[in-house]
Write a protein that binds this ligand. Structure first.
Ligand SMILES: [Zn+2]
Ligand SMILES: [Zn+2]
Length: 74
């Protein structure tokens, strides 16, 4: 019974084709693979800066938000 549970877990793993890395979540594995490929698919609409990680882009986007909030438009 335990073995089948482990098998199920293993089946769900997403493996990196470049190294022994594997993760249950495809998203994490995709992010990891970009470390090999150097791909930066996330870019800022405001300034065009590119990010390999969506959370980094979100953090960066907040700085634009703060800037626009501080700006006094008349
Ligand atoms: Zn890898
Ligand atoms: Zn930006």
């Amino acid at each position: 019974m335990l073995n089948s549970v482990f098998e199920k877990k293993d089946h769900k793993m997403h493996h990196c084709p470049y190294c022994p890395y594997s993760h249950r979540r495809k998203y994490n594995t995709d992010l990891h693979i970009r470390k090999h490929t150097g791909e930066k698919p996330f870019h800022c609409d405001m300034c065009g800066r590119r990010f390999s990680d969506k959370s980094n882009l979100n953090k960066h986007a907040i700085t634009h938000l703060i800037q626009s909030m501080n700006r006094v438009d008349t």
